[in-house]
Design a protein around this ligand. Structure first.
Ligand code: PHE
Length: 476
């Protein structure tokens, strides 16, 4: 009941708007930058197979759990979790997963804006390259016509070595995110998603067709879909796949609760959650099928890590016909995807602050934006001035991680799964079954299956992967 909502929550204008906004949150740098990076460094097919299993068996059921907490509560993430706990006669301490989620998502947004800043920078460089190509009379030529492959590879390290430029690009992206969130749910977030997501899909299909025609498609298919089974049991690969599933579906006690809260009562959450999970996974795989053929066709390696998108790809675009246009299109695409995700990350804390402290949306957005910017500066500086700092050496697996890797790793491999674990226990065992079942929109076998996955499989699998990820020696 909207009337019972203390903050008079806004609503999406339609079910389609909800699906576009939630898919916009899910589809982001996680699909375009993180998924290829993780697949490339974790053995390709083995990772992809584990990733799909994690999405179907763990993440998608949790996606439904989170959207239903939000939709039932019609409040902020924490407010909705407290509300459902109280109605179920349980301790409000169960909202711990939303508190953890708020912290995790704030940390994620801080480094997310840094990476999105690289995207902004590469829109600039590839845009200049396109201009050079056009004015040189070769609009259909390769990217960066005036440069050599070596100087293209140097663009990323040169950006990393320049703290002022990194922070400048990061702040452009932070400000854009704040401006959209400050305009509100309908006027800002929904409006952005409704324009940017279709544009994103259009560009993605175009680039994938280009990659299939000009790139080494067969090798990419082989790389992504023929698993090296010896790597499937590696704890590192398992925890990376689980972390990626949480990250990519915007799970872990944040965005999906927040966006679920704006869904109307007649939206079937079971089927919409399935649509969102499917769309996000399809985009990740299509992005892989767009990126790897291009990488392979010019003889480059898939395991470059985080620089794959910013060093390997631009070099490949340089060598390919039509690369000038495609490079620019690709970074614009990444930018659109990143923006519809960053707004969801900011909305989590803004929704809570406006509800809790009664401040205006715009004040909350600018205030949190500042916090996120300052935290992000630590990530930006970890590529140069603070390169030697190791903030969390006491956590197994993070001995050598700088600020950026620490924020990224600890949130996706630890905080998000932990929050998901609490959510699974809460929804599977504690929350009022009648309320929960009715909110899902599922019936019969689908409902029983979902309940089994949330109550049993999610908690057991997430715990096992968390423990193995921290103590890989347990597997011998
Ligand atoms: N899912 C987004 C992406 O793939 C990132 C994100 C994580 C957004 C958590 C919201 C919450 O880029």
């Amino acid at each position: 009941m909207v009337a019972s909502s203390p903050s008079g929550q806004a609503k999406w204008s339609s079910k389609t708007a909800f699906i576009l906004a939630a898919t916009g949150s899910a589809v982001g740098l996680g699909n375009l930058w993180r998924f290829p990076t993780e697949a490339g460094t974790n053995g390709g097919g083995a990772f992809v197979l584990l990733y799909i299993l994690c999405v179907v068996l763990i993440a998608a059921p949790l996606l439904l759990s989170e959207t239903l907490i939000g939709r039932h509560g019609q409040r902020s993430t924490i407010g909705s979790a407290v509300h459902l706990a109280r109605q179920s006669g349980a301790s409000p301490a169960w909202s711990a997963m939303a508190v953890l989620g708020l912290i995790a998502n704030t940390l994620i947004l801080s480094f997310y804006c840094v990476v999105a800043g690289w995207v902004v920078y590469f829109i600039g460089t590839s845009g200049m390259g396109l201009f050079e190509a056009i004015s040189g009379g070769n609009a259909l030529g390769g990217a960066y016509p005036e440069q050599s492959p070596e100087s293209i590879r140097e663009m990323m390290p040169a950006l990393f070595a320049n703290p002022g430029l990194l922070i400048g690009m990061q702040s452009i992206f932070v400000i854009l995110t704040i401006l959209i969130v400050a305009r509100g749910v309908k006027g800002g977030i929904e409006a952005a998603a409704v324009w940017l997501m279709p544009a994103f899909f259009f560009l993605l299909i175009g680039i994938t067709i280009y990659a299939a025609i000009t790139g080494d498609f067969a090798r990419a298919v082989n790389f992504l879909f023929s698993p090296d089974f010896s790597r499937i049991t590696e704890p590192g690969v398992m925890s990376s796949a689980l972390g990626q599933a949480f990250f990519s579906l915007s799970l872990g006690g944040g965005a999906m609760i927040a966006y679920g809260a704006y869904a109307s009562k007649d939206t079937n959450l079971g089927s919409t959650s399935g649509t969102i999970a499917f769309a996000d996974t399809a985009v990740a795989i299509i992005a892989g099928l767009a990126i790897f053929p291009i990488v392979f066709s010019v003889g480059l390696q898939p395991d470059a890590g985080p620089t794959l998108m910013f060093q390997t790809l631009p070099t490949a675009f340089h060598l390919m016909p039509g690369g000038a246009i495609v490079a620019f299109g690709f970074f614009v695409l990444a930018f659109f995807a990143a923006l519809t995700s960053s707004v969801s990350l900011l909305e989590i804390s803004v929704g809570w602050i406006t509800e809790k402290f009664g401040v205006s949306r715009s004040a909350a957005a600018w205030g949190m934006g500042l916090v996120i910017f300052v935290l992000g500066v630590l990530s930006a500086l970890s590529f140069n001035i603070l390169a030697d700092q190791r903030p969390i050496p006491f956590i197994p697996g993070f001995e050598n991680a700088g600020w950026f890797d620490a924020f990224d790793g600890i949130t996706s491999k630890l905080f998000l799964p932990l929050s998901g674990l609490v959510t699974a226990l809460f929804i599977g065992w504690v929350a009022d079954k009648k309320i929960v079942n009715a909110e899902t929109g599922l019936t019969g076998g689908a409902l029983s299956m979902w309940r089994f996955l949330v109550a049993w499989l999610c908690p057991l699998a997430v715990t096992a992967i968390l423990v193995l990820g921290m103590f890989p020696q347990l597997l011998g």
